[in-house]
Design a protein around this ligand. Structure first.
Ligand code: ZN
Length: 243
């Protein structure tokens, strides 16, 4: 089975449509590691699409906050402004659906999906030392995560944890059965690894490969919509630099 792994879409419709055009024919089913909404200007359109098209979606911290406003006091001012705007904008039906999303881990076909880490849905796995605890508690040798908006992840081999960087885009990475992996497909809607292109991954469970991809999208339109919505201008500006 080939899984299209999406994460951190953040209501960026232009980024999603570019990803889907690029991923065409490369997958059988779609999974999402959370943060469907928050930051971007198309929360209902994005939620409707995710509801209709993904097999499993894990809740992200922004999905939780935008639907219920829970934990918003921990957000920075930019995220707070976007969260209250999104909360108002979402239909009651989409708000209820986002509020009911399951926290990870969710297991499917021998691997797992989480938003932050297998230990804590709000944890940022940004360094090998942070990943050590996650490897100790993950129940499958392969977990897909999001939350950091950084494509790549971590590999544990003979108790050593190393950063796992996509060697070359479009060249599948083989998942070694003697190692364990925490893999981030990258963010569709708000990349933060200094590459503004939308990010995603495809996992082939039969071939045990992960292919990382990046796609150019219509950043200008996504930016214009953010400005027109009255969302903070910084949220539009950061899409251009990918951070
Ligand atoms: Zn996010």
């Amino acid at each position: 089975m080939r899984y299209l792994i999406l994460s951190d879409l953040h209501a960026n419709w232009e980024a999603l449509t570019a990803v889907l055009a690029d991923a065409k024919q490369r997958y059988d089913t779609i999974l999402c590691c959370g943060d469907v909404v928050g930051y971007g200007a198309d929360p209902n359109r994005m939620t409707d699409w995710v509801r209709a098209n993904t097999t499993i979606t894990i809740r992200g911290n922004h999905d939780r906050a935008c639907s219920s406003l829970a934990g918003i006091e921990w957000f920075n001012p930019l995220a707070q402004a976007a969260t209250t705007w999104t909360h108002r904008e979402l239909t009651a039906n989409n708000r209820a659906w986002l509020d009911g999303l399951p926290a990870g881990p969710a297991e499917i076909d021998g691997f797992a999906m989480v938003h932050g880490s297998p230990v804590d849905e709000d944890e940022y796995l940004v360094s090998p030392s942070a990943a050590v605890g996650a490897f100790a508690l993950q129940e499958t040798p392969l977990t897909f995560f999001g939350h950091t908006h950084i494509q790549g992840g971590f590999e544990q081999r003979r108790m050593k944890v190393l950063r796992f960087v996509p060697a070359a885009l479009g060249v599948p990475v083989t998942i070694d059965e003697y190692a364990a992996y925490l893999v981030n497909p990258g963010s569709v809607g708000q990349p933060r690894d200094n590459d503004p292109r939308a990010a995603y991954a495809v996992y082939d469970s039969a071939g045990r490969t992960v292919e990382f991809r990046r796609v150019q999208y219509d950043i200008e339109t996504a930016q214009e919509k953010i400005v027109e919505a009255g969302l903070p201008l910084m949220l539009a500006a950061r899409l251009r630099i990918g951070s």
